[in-house]
Design a protein around this ligand. Structure first.
Ligand SMILES: NC(=O)c1ccc[n+]([C@@H]2O[C@H](COP(=O)([O-])OP(=O)(O)OC[C@H]3O[C@@H](n4cnc5c(N)ncnc54)[C@H](O)[C@@H]3O)[C@@H](O)[C@H]2O)c1
Length: 339
């Protein structure tokens, strides 16, 4: 059995979930903490009772330990440099989303993973909730027939402070990456083009664009629309978004919780102006882990078996293309081809 000796790079808010996971995994140990801020690392060490050395760089940590895996939970702007440094020091990498802050950087990382022959997977925990997995399973059984369109609304008003407030496109790069990736997962299709309007609304506390509306054409002929705001006070949606999936036989509704249902046309109605529908719940299978933990389960299994994870960088780059094509469309005012 392989054992995993992990350098945790980036000891901020998100890293806690990752450390918690490792502490419940027999074959994995954190062997070093890395951050540009020693205080952040000290807080993580205290909270999780980690008696491990602290370093300011991956290079130093890798040369002073026998690490073989890096958890990259740093801010998006430094994902690329931290990941490349890990590859150079013979470590596999599991990285928080978004993979990078430009498509060029994401593609460069995919090439580097190949060149160094390294495992490189991205955390897309929102495609690992119990409800989205159950939804996808039912859609592949054809409960609403062939897909016509998918619609996601995302309206929240988080006051983070920190790196997001300074980003040019905080909603699209730091959050919509989840929803776009979920749309690919639900539809089983990639995006082929996008038209996007992105802007920063009145009263926004972000310096970049906190709102975006996008229309994607998907490779299976369906359309995915996204309405998003990180600056919408009142009546919030779930962090998973609020979804409507329309097929040739009916519609699925998912509000991001575990309450999913679908409506299909009642049989034998003949020619009527409006059909009557039968409503049925979608049972949510809650076996095993969900979210971050389920994603990490899958990644470690893939690592053990020498396979690629579901959210391997090569797959994830398709979600990244949606992000950067949407930004390009917003800048140029034109529909942007993706494939
Ligand atoms: N998957 C999710 O649901 C989810 C949720 C929140 C955040 N995230 C992602 O997790 C990542 C971290 O977010 P966060 O909220 O924990 O941010 P944070 O600001 O709380 O923590 C980031 C940490 O990285 C450190 N850091 C910055 N530059 C560094 C460098 N060059 N080398 C080493 N450490 C460095 C900072 O000092 C800080 O301790 C981001 O990519 C974010 O998008 C994911």
């Amino acid at each position: 059995m392989k054992s995993f000796r992990i350098i945790l790079v980036g000891c901020g808010a998100m890293s806690h979930i990752w450390v918690d996971y490792v502490q419940n995994k027999k074959d994995a140990t954190i062997v070093a903490l890395v951050d540009i801020n020693e205080d952040s690392a000290r807080k993580v060490a205290e909270r999780f009772k980690l008696d491990v050395p602290f370093f300011y760089s991956v290079a130093e940590a890798a040369s002073k330990t026998n690490a073989n895996l890096v958890f990259n939970t740093t801010i998006p702007e430094v994902h690329k440099e931290v990941t490349l440094e890990a590859f150079r020091h013979h470590c596999d990498v599991i990285c928080e989303k978004p993979m990078a802050t430009s498509l060029d950087a994401a593609k460069q990382l995919v090439s580097a993973a190949k060149e160094y022959n390294r495992f490189y997977a991205i955390m897309q925990n929102r495609r690992y909730s119990y409800s989205i997995r159950s939804l996808r399973e039912q859609l592949t059984k054809g409960i609403i027939g062939d897909q016509q369109s998918i619609h996601a609304d995302f309206f929240l008003a988080p006051h983070f402070g920190g790196f997001r407030d300074a980003m040019e496109s905080p909603l699209i790069i730091d959050m919509a990456i989840h929803t776009f990736d979920q749309a690919r997962f639900i539809s089983g299709a990639d995006a082929v083009s996008v038209y996007c309007h992105e802007y920063n609304p009145k009263g926004s506390w972000y310096s970049g664009a906190a709102n975006a509306y996008c229309i994607f054409e998907m490779s299976n002929g369906s359309v995915f629309t996204y309405n998003g705001s990180w600056c919408a006070e009142g009546a919030p949606t779930s962090w998973d978004g609020s979804w409507r999936m329309i097929g040739t036989k009916g519609t699925v509704i998912w509000d991001g919780s575990d309450e999913l249902y679908y409506e299909t046309i009642l049989p034998n109605q003949g020619q009527t102006f409006l059909h009557e529908y039968e409503s049925r719940p979608i049972e949510v299978n809650k076996s095993g882990n969900d979210g971050h933990h389920r994603s990490l389960d899958d990644m470690f299994l893939a690592l053990e078996n020498g396979e690629k994870a579901e959210t391997d960088c090569e797959d994830n780059v398709e979600s990244m293309k949606m992000v950067f094509a949407a930004i390009e469309s917003a800048k140029t005012g034109k529909r942007v081809k993706i494939k």
